[in-house]
Design a protein around this ligand. Structure first.
Ligand code: HEC
Length: 147
């Protein structure tokens, strides 16, 4: 009985590997991408860019189902919600909304996502990083309001 269950589980674990998400990083156009000072860029790239840009870095387990399915949906939904690689293309009103939300999410530790932090300890935001991002989002909003 135990043996049977073991082979079923193993069989399913192997079979699901055939359902492979299509991981692709669309080309980054630097004229459209977000530019900020080095400190802000450093934080964003470490903590947000894997899901919110076309510069996703894929860990070794990115093709391992079912983790790959979760990653793929995070990346697709993350880019759809907010894509720093296409920053210049985002409508000003949408940008304002996302920036407001980004402040809330970062200050309430809802971004980066907790599942992601399990595997990316360095992506966690300390007080200084949170304050830096908060000030950056404020500045971006101020610029948009004065348009
Ligand atoms: C593991 C992937 C991942 C990381 C890392 C990540 N996000 Fe997200 N983010 C998502 C996904 C997926 C969504 C889509 C909505 C949802 O699932 O919450 C999202 C949505 C958002 C939104 C839009 C929310 C809305 O509804 O308007 C903002 C703003 C945001 N993230 C900011 C950030 C910031 C800032 C960082 C870095 C500090 C970050 N995220 C890191 C995956 C991620």
């Amino acid at each position: 009985m135990i043996k049977k269950i073991f082979f079923w589980v193993l069989g399913i674990a192997v079979l699901i590997q055939f359902i492979r998400p299509d991981f692709k990083n669309p080309k980054v156009d630097e004229t459209l991408a977000l530019h900020a000072d080095a400190k802000v860029m450093g934080i964003l790239k470490t903590s947000c860019y894997d899901c919110h840009s076309n510069e996703t870095k894929y860990p070794w387990y990115h093709n391992l189902a079912p983790v790959s399915w979760v990653m793929s949906s995070h990346i697709n939904d993350g880019r759809k919600a907010l894509d720093f690689s296409n920053w210049a293309n985002i409508d000003a009103e949408v940008k304002l909304k996302r920036l407001k939300r980004a402040k809330q999410l970062v200050n309430n530790e809802l971004m980066p996502k907790s599942e992601y932090l399990l595997m990316h300890k360095d992506a966690g935001l300390d007080k200084d990083a949170k304050e830096t991002l908060d000030a950056f989002f404020d500045l971006q909003m101020k610029e948009l309001y004065s348009l």
